[in-house]
Design a protein around this ligand. Structure first.
Ligand code: ARG
Length: 460
């Protein structure tokens, strides 16, 4: 017969190949802390409901504590034939304390148990990520403060578009990672309902108190429908989806850092300790960290696809397919937390070459829009102004000069309305600082936004 905890109805032992194929202990052992905390809370509730005696409860709690100590000391032996973390711990408990251990699983199934472990794990990961996101947001605020007043080209289509404050560019990322943090906290809020007590999927006839367990484990309440609960993995998908956006934001930043550190741009200097060299080309200093982060966005996106596809065709309620939810989530956690924290470190060691960036704003007709706006303020309809400036740019291209190098006489040929005051408008600083619309790059606005960000991050 079968020696499994569930082996009663089986006539023969499980095939070795099946044990190997179905086991998840090699990755779900990561959940041991939550599994044990959940079991303690469950046992405590069973005792208050009269299902366990005081002595049995004490034996269970002590047994679980000793198991946790052994796991943390690295002396606990995880066994593949016990499939998963739940049965590894339960079997060890029964071995250690005898019959009381065998009562622990009353009014519980591995289906609500895994949902509990997974939610508690992700709840902690949400808190860790929120903290790490604050770290990277802080780094952007510090960079913005350091470089406020310095300009760089802003790009669209990777073509020089309009001059902006470096600080404005940094605060753009501050916003992006701020939304990421909100998403993570929102995900945490929604997942923070206890699944325990839904049992396999129909609930239980035993007199349990789900609210007591939920409260003991720090949940805001209990889930409403036992069938929904045992098949629900929305929370994992939401979490990985929020992580995908984080990794995408990191990837876009990485792309900029790779470009900016190239000899073609020379906008930034990434600290030596954050770069690596080439085994053949002695001159190389490569931006591997941003490249790897950019590359890792592929695996995070892939994990999101895995999870979505995993759940897509599943009938209610629990199906063993759902065991495949853990690895993509764990990999996402490892990848995203490592990426956010190393990027924050890199940013703390990043230097901008402000002279090069400023120089780059001086060519490429970067203040052409300002000339059009200048005409608009003199009552020229914008479309007409656009045409006038376009012709002036074409003229400059032919002549090989910039707009601010035209003489007054040449200017007048494009529009008689243009006066001496145009040259102030064509300066980079004039251009940047005129953009004081809400959310714009004008110094006054950026200073305002920066002060707000500093206050939010507790930097004074
Ligand atoms: N290891 C399983 C998982 O990760 C736990 C739940 C198993 N339930 C079951 N009925 N086989 O989903």
């Amino acid at each position: 017969g079968s020696k499994k905890l569930w082996g009663g109805r089986f006539a023969e032992a499980t095939a070795g190949s099946v044990e190997a194929f179905t086991a998840s202990i090699h990755y779900d052992s990561r959940l041991y802390k939550y599994d044990i905390a959940g079991s303690k809370a469950h046992a405590t509730m069973l005792a208050s409901q009269g299902i366990l005696s005081k002595e049995e409860l004490q034996a269970i709690v002590d047994g679980l504590t000793s198991i946790q100590q052994d796991i943390e000391a690295g002396t606990f032996e995880f066994r593949r034939e016990l499939e998963d973390i739940h049965m590894n711990i339960e079997k060890a408990l029964v071995d250690r304390i005898g019959p009381a251990g065998a009562k622990l699983h009353s009014a519980r199934s591995r289906n609500d148990q895994i949902a509990l472990d997974f939610k508690m794990y992700l709840r902690d990961q949400c808190d860790i990520l929120a903290e790490l996101l604050d770290g990277i947001r802080r780094a952007f605020v510090l960079l913005a403060r350091k470089y406020i007043g310095h300009v760089m080209p802003g790009y669209t289509h990777l073509q020089r578009a309009q001059p902006v404050q470096i600080a404005h560019h940094m605060l753009a990322y501050f916003e992006m990672f701020g939304r990421d943090k909100e998403r993570i906290l929102d995900c945490r809020k929604r997942l923070n309902l206890s699944p325990l007590g839904c049992a396999a999927m129909a609930g239980t006839g035993l007199p349990i108190d789900r609210e007591q367990v939920a409260e003991a484990l720090g949940f805001a309440g209990v889930t409403a429908n036992s069938m929904d609960t045992s098949g629900d993995r929305d929370f994992a998908i939401e979490f990985v989806s929020a992580c995908t956006l984080i990794q995408l934001h990191l990837s876009r930043l990485s792309e900029e850092l790779v470009l900016w550190s190239s000899s073609e741009f020379r906008f930034v200097e990434i600290a030596d300790k954050f770069c690596t060299g080439s085994s053949i080309m002695p001159q190389k200093k490569n931006p591997d960290i941003p490249e790897l982060i950019r590359g890792k966005s592929g695996r995070v996106t892939g994990s999101l696809m895995s999870l979505i596809t995993l759940v897509k065709g599943l009938p209610l309620t629990y199906n063993r397919d759902l065991q495949e939810d853990k690895e993509p989530v764990f990999d996402t956690v490892d990848t995203v937390t490592a990426s956010v924290s190393i990027m924050a470190e890199l940013l703390e060691n990043l230097k901008f070459r402000t002279e090069v960036m400023e120089e780059a704003t001086k060519t490429g007709f970067i203040t052409a829009t300002d000339l059009a706006d200048y005409l608009v303020l003199k009552d020229v309809p914008f479309r007409e102004a656009h045409g006038i400036v376009g012709r002036a740019v074409a003229y400059c291209l032919g002549k090989g000069c910039e707009l601010d190098q035209l003489t007054m006489e040449e200017m007048k040929k494009f529009s008689p309305i243009i006066e001496e005051d145009v040259f102030e408008v064509l300066t980079v600083d004039g251009s940047v600082n005129s953009r004081i619309s809400t959310g714009g790059t004008g110094l006054a606005r950026v200073e305002e936004a920066l002060e707000k960000a500093e206050k939010l991050m507790g930097i004074s």
